[in-house]
Ligand binder design. Structure first.
Ligand SMILES: [Zn+2]
Length: 247
Protein backbone atom coordinates (compact mmCIF):
# COMPACT_ATOMS: atom_id res chain seq x y z
CA UNK A 1 0.00 0.00 0.00
CA UNK A 2 1.47 3.30 -1.14
CA UNK A 3 0.19 6.50 0.45
CA UNK A 4 -0.55 9.21 -2.15
CA UNK A 5 -2.94 11.65 -0.46
CA UNK A 6 -5.55 13.53 -2.49
CA UNK A 7 -6.57 17.13 -1.91
CA UNK A 8 -10.20 16.25 -2.64
CA UNK A 9 -12.23 14.81 0.22
CA UNK A 10 -14.91 15.76 2.72
CA UNK A 11 -16.57 14.45 5.90
CA UNK A 12 -19.18 11.72 5.43
CA UNK A 13 -22.83 12.54 5.95
CA UNK A 14 -24.04 8.95 5.81
CA UNK A 15 -22.69 5.49 6.64
CA UNK A 16 -20.69 3.50 4.07
CA UNK A 17 -23.13 1.32 2.13
CA UNK A 18 -21.66 0.96 -1.38
CA UNK A 19 -18.43 -0.11 -3.06
CA UNK A 20 -18.01 1.41 -6.55
CA UNK A 21 -15.45 0.05 -9.03
CA UNK A 22 -14.06 2.02 -11.98
CA UNK A 23 -11.52 1.89 -14.75
CA UNK A 24 -9.38 5.01 -15.00
CA UNK A 25 -9.35 5.45 -18.81
CA UNK A 26 -5.91 7.03 -18.21
CA UNK A 27 -2.42 5.73 -17.44
CA UNK A 28 -1.30 5.60 -13.80
CA UNK A 29 0.58 8.90 -13.69
CA UNK A 30 -2.23 10.89 -15.30
CA UNK A 31 -4.80 9.18 -13.08
CA UNK A 32 -2.92 9.93 -9.89
CA UNK A 33 -2.46 13.53 -10.93
CA UNK A 34 -6.20 14.02 -11.66
CA UNK A 35 -7.37 12.15 -8.58
CA UNK A 36 -4.94 13.88 -6.21
CA UNK A 37 -4.73 17.41 -7.58
CA UNK A 38 -7.67 17.74 -10.02
CA UNK A 39 -11.35 18.14 -9.19
CA UNK A 40 -12.07 14.47 -8.51
CA UNK A 41 -10.74 11.72 -6.26
CA UNK A 42 -11.09 8.10 -5.22
CA UNK A 43 -10.14 6.16 -2.14
CA UNK A 44 -7.77 3.82 -3.98
CA UNK A 45 -6.02 3.41 -7.31
CA UNK A 46 -4.82 -0.03 -8.37
CA UNK A 47 -2.04 -0.13 -10.98
CA UNK A 48 -1.67 -2.80 -13.67
CA UNK A 49 1.13 -4.49 -11.66
CA UNK A 50 -1.03 -4.74 -8.53
CA UNK A 51 0.42 -1.77 -6.64
CA UNK A 52 -2.30 -0.11 -4.55
CA UNK A 53 -2.26 3.65 -3.90
CA UNK A 54 -4.28 5.06 -0.98
CA UNK A 55 -5.56 8.56 -1.76
CA UNK A 56 -8.45 9.20 0.63
CA UNK A 57 -9.21 7.67 4.05
CA UNK A 58 -12.28 5.42 4.03
CA UNK A 59 -14.05 7.55 6.64
CA UNK A 60 -13.95 10.55 4.25
CA UNK A 61 -15.99 11.18 1.09
CA UNK A 62 -14.14 11.01 -2.25
CA UNK A 63 -15.53 12.37 -5.54
CA UNK A 64 -15.67 9.48 -7.97
CA UNK A 65 -19.34 8.62 -8.56
CA UNK A 66 -20.83 11.91 -9.74
CA UNK A 67 -24.48 11.90 -10.73
CA UNK A 68 -25.55 8.40 -9.72
CA UNK A 69 -28.52 6.31 -8.65
CA UNK A 70 -28.78 2.83 -7.14
CA UNK A 71 -31.79 1.47 -5.28
CA UNK A 72 -33.11 4.32 -3.15
CA UNK A 73 -29.76 6.14 -3.09
CA UNK A 74 -28.77 9.02 -5.35
CA UNK A 75 -25.41 10.76 -5.38
CA UNK A 76 -23.39 7.81 -4.16
CA UNK A 77 -20.21 9.68 -3.23
CA UNK A 78 -21.60 10.26 0.26
CA UNK A 79 -22.15 6.58 0.98
CA UNK A 80 -19.49 4.80 -1.05
CA UNK A 81 -15.88 3.74 -1.24
CA UNK A 82 -14.44 4.21 -4.74
CA UNK A 83 -11.69 2.11 -6.30
CA UNK A 84 -10.11 3.23 -9.58
CA UNK A 85 -8.40 0.46 -11.55
CA UNK A 86 -5.84 1.46 -14.18
CA UNK A 87 -7.14 0.35 -17.58
CA UNK A 88 -7.61 2.54 -20.65
CA UNK A 89 -10.96 0.88 -21.40
CA UNK A 90 -12.20 -2.22 -19.60
CA UNK A 91 -14.58 -2.87 -22.49
CA UNK A 92 -11.57 -3.41 -24.76
CA UNK A 93 -8.59 -4.44 -22.62
CA UNK A 94 -8.33 -7.34 -20.19
CA UNK A 95 -7.24 -6.75 -16.61
CA UNK A 96 -3.86 -8.41 -15.87
CA UNK A 97 -3.77 -11.22 -13.27
CA UNK A 98 -1.61 -9.28 -10.79
CA UNK A 99 -4.02 -6.36 -10.89
CA UNK A 100 -7.03 -8.63 -10.56
CA UNK A 101 -5.55 -10.35 -7.51
CA UNK A 102 -4.75 -6.99 -5.88
CA UNK A 103 -8.29 -5.68 -6.49
CA UNK A 104 -9.80 -8.87 -5.07
CA UNK A 105 -7.68 -8.58 -1.93
CA UNK A 106 -8.48 -4.90 -1.53
CA UNK A 107 -12.24 -5.41 -1.99
CA UNK A 108 -12.29 -8.25 0.52
CA UNK A 109 -10.51 -6.08 3.07
CA UNK A 110 -12.92 -3.18 2.44
CA UNK A 111 -15.96 -5.44 2.91
CA UNK A 112 -14.45 -6.86 6.11
CA UNK A 113 -14.09 -3.32 7.48
CA UNK A 114 -17.58 -2.26 6.31
CA UNK A 115 -20.20 -4.94 6.96
CA UNK A 116 -22.82 -2.33 6.02
CA UNK A 117 -21.99 -2.85 2.33
CA UNK A 118 -24.61 -5.37 1.17
CA UNK A 119 -23.61 -7.77 -1.60
CA UNK A 120 -25.96 -6.07 -4.06
CA UNK A 121 -24.23 -2.76 -3.37
CA UNK A 122 -20.91 -3.84 -4.87
CA UNK A 123 -21.37 -2.03 -8.18
CA UNK A 124 -19.65 -0.69 -11.25
CA UNK A 125 -19.80 2.96 -12.22
CA UNK A 126 -21.84 1.90 -15.25
CA UNK A 127 -24.47 0.32 -12.98
CA UNK A 128 -25.14 3.54 -11.09
CA UNK A 129 -24.76 5.96 -14.03
CA UNK A 130 -26.22 4.13 -17.07
CA UNK A 131 -25.44 5.71 -20.47
CA UNK A 132 -23.17 8.33 -18.85
CA UNK A 133 -20.51 5.79 -17.78
CA UNK A 134 -19.31 2.43 -19.12
CA UNK A 135 -16.65 1.48 -16.57
CA UNK A 136 -15.16 -0.84 -15.38
CA UNK A 137 -16.30 -2.48 -18.64
CA UNK A 138 -17.40 -5.78 -20.07
CA UNK A 139 -13.97 -7.37 -19.51
CA UNK A 140 -14.02 -6.76 -15.77
CA UNK A 141 -13.72 -9.83 -13.53
CA UNK A 142 -17.05 -9.66 -11.70
CA UNK A 143 -17.43 -13.42 -11.63
CA UNK A 144 -14.03 -13.92 -9.95
CA UNK A 145 -14.93 -11.30 -7.35
CA UNK A 146 -18.28 -12.94 -6.62
CA UNK A 147 -16.58 -16.34 -6.25
CA UNK A 148 -14.75 -14.99 -3.17
CA UNK A 149 -17.78 -13.22 -1.72
CA UNK A 150 -17.43 -9.76 -3.29
CA UNK A 151 -20.73 -8.99 -4.98
CA UNK A 152 -23.06 -11.46 -6.66
CA UNK A 153 -23.00 -13.48 -9.86
CA UNK A 154 -26.22 -15.00 -11.21
CA UNK A 155 -26.34 -18.47 -12.73
CA UNK A 156 -29.27 -19.19 -15.01
CA UNK A 157 -29.98 -20.68 -18.38
CA UNK A 158 -32.81 -19.93 -20.72
CA UNK A 159 -33.65 -20.57 -24.33
CA UNK A 160 -33.28 -17.63 -26.70
CA UNK A 161 -36.08 -15.38 -27.77
CA UNK A 162 -37.50 -12.07 -26.71
CA UNK A 163 -38.80 -11.21 -23.26
CA UNK A 164 -41.09 -8.50 -22.00
CA UNK A 165 -39.11 -5.30 -21.47
CA UNK A 166 -41.33 -4.06 -18.66
CA UNK A 167 -40.83 -7.34 -16.78
CA UNK A 168 -37.06 -7.06 -17.12
CA UNK A 169 -37.00 -3.40 -16.04
CA UNK A 170 -39.09 -4.20 -12.97
CA UNK A 171 -36.64 -6.90 -11.87
CA UNK A 172 -33.64 -4.64 -12.59
CA UNK A 173 -35.23 -1.90 -10.47
CA UNK A 174 -35.59 -4.31 -7.54
CA UNK A 175 -31.91 -5.23 -7.87
CA UNK A 176 -30.94 -1.55 -7.72
CA UNK A 177 -30.73 -0.28 -11.30
CA UNK A 178 -32.39 3.10 -11.79
CA UNK A 179 -35.60 3.35 -13.83
CA UNK A 180 -35.50 5.18 -17.18
CA UNK A 181 -34.93 8.86 -16.37
CA UNK A 182 -33.47 12.09 -17.68
CA UNK A 183 -30.64 14.29 -16.59
CA UNK A 184 -29.45 17.71 -17.61
CA UNK A 185 -26.43 19.94 -17.40
CA UNK A 186 -26.30 23.38 -15.91
CA UNK A 187 -23.21 25.51 -15.40
CA UNK A 188 -21.06 22.47 -16.01
CA UNK A 189 -22.89 20.39 -13.41
CA UNK A 190 -25.20 17.44 -13.88
CA UNK A 191 -28.50 16.86 -12.14
CA UNK A 192 -31.55 14.67 -12.55
CA UNK A 193 -34.20 16.58 -14.41
CA UNK A 194 -37.44 17.45 -12.81
CA UNK A 195 -40.27 18.44 -15.15
CA UNK A 196 -40.78 21.71 -13.35
CA UNK A 197 -37.17 22.75 -13.81
CA UNK A 198 -36.34 21.72 -17.37
CA UNK A 199 -35.68 25.18 -18.75
CA UNK A 200 -32.76 25.57 -16.35
CA UNK A 201 -30.71 22.94 -18.17
CA UNK A 202 -28.59 23.36 -21.26
CA UNK A 203 -28.90 19.77 -22.43
CA UNK A 204 -31.30 17.04 -21.51
CA UNK A 205 -30.05 13.46 -21.80
CA UNK A 206 -32.64 10.68 -22.00
CA UNK A 207 -31.64 7.48 -20.24
CA UNK A 208 -34.12 5.03 -21.67
CA UNK A 209 -34.99 1.38 -21.13
CA UNK A 210 -32.30 0.19 -23.57
CA UNK A 211 -29.64 2.15 -21.68
CA UNK A 212 -30.59 0.47 -18.40
CA UNK A 213 -30.56 -2.96 -20.07
CA UNK A 214 -27.15 -2.21 -21.62
CA UNK A 215 -25.77 -1.44 -18.14
CA UNK A 216 -27.03 -4.79 -16.86
CA UNK A 217 -25.70 -6.66 -19.90
CA UNK A 218 -22.29 -4.98 -19.71
CA UNK A 219 -21.86 -6.46 -16.26
CA UNK A 220 -23.71 -9.75 -16.33
CA UNK A 221 -23.98 -10.79 -20.00
CA UNK A 222 -21.12 -9.01 -21.83
CA UNK A 223 -21.14 -11.54 -24.70
CA UNK A 224 -24.09 -9.65 -26.19
CA UNK A 225 -24.75 -6.04 -25.24
CA UNK A 226 -27.65 -4.88 -27.38
CA UNK A 227 -30.07 -3.17 -24.98
CA UNK A 228 -32.83 -5.63 -25.82
CA UNK A 229 -34.85 -7.61 -23.31
CA UNK A 230 -34.34 -11.29 -24.05
CA UNK A 231 -35.09 -14.50 -22.22
CA UNK A 232 -31.52 -15.02 -21.05
CA UNK A 233 -31.31 -11.51 -19.57
CA UNK A 234 -34.62 -11.96 -17.81
CA UNK A 235 -33.52 -15.32 -16.38
CA UNK A 236 -30.19 -13.83 -15.22
CA UNK A 237 -31.94 -10.84 -13.67
CA UNK A 238 -34.38 -13.07 -11.81
CA UNK A 239 -31.52 -15.25 -10.53
CA UNK A 240 -29.66 -12.13 -9.40
CA UNK A 241 -32.76 -10.73 -7.72
CA UNK A 242 -33.18 -14.00 -5.82
CA UNK A 243 -29.50 -13.93 -4.81
CA UNK A 244 -29.91 -10.33 -3.58
CA UNK A 245 -32.84 -11.40 -1.43
CA UNK A 246 -30.84 -14.29 0.08
CA UNK A 247 -27.65 -12.29 0.67
ZN1 LIG B 1 -15.83 5.69 -13.24
Amino acid sequence: MIDAPSNNHAPRGSPVAHLVLHHTAQPLDVSLDLLRFGRVSAHYVVDVNGDIYRLVAEDRVAWHAGLSWWGEAQGLNESSIGVEIVNMDGNVHDYPDAQRDAVIGLCRAILARHPGIAARNVVGHSDIAPKRKDDPGGRFFWRALASVGVGLWPVASAAGGPADEADLLAVLRRIGYPPPHRYGTRAGRQAYVDNSDESAFADIVEVDAADIIVAFQRRFRPARIDGRADAECLALARALDAACARA
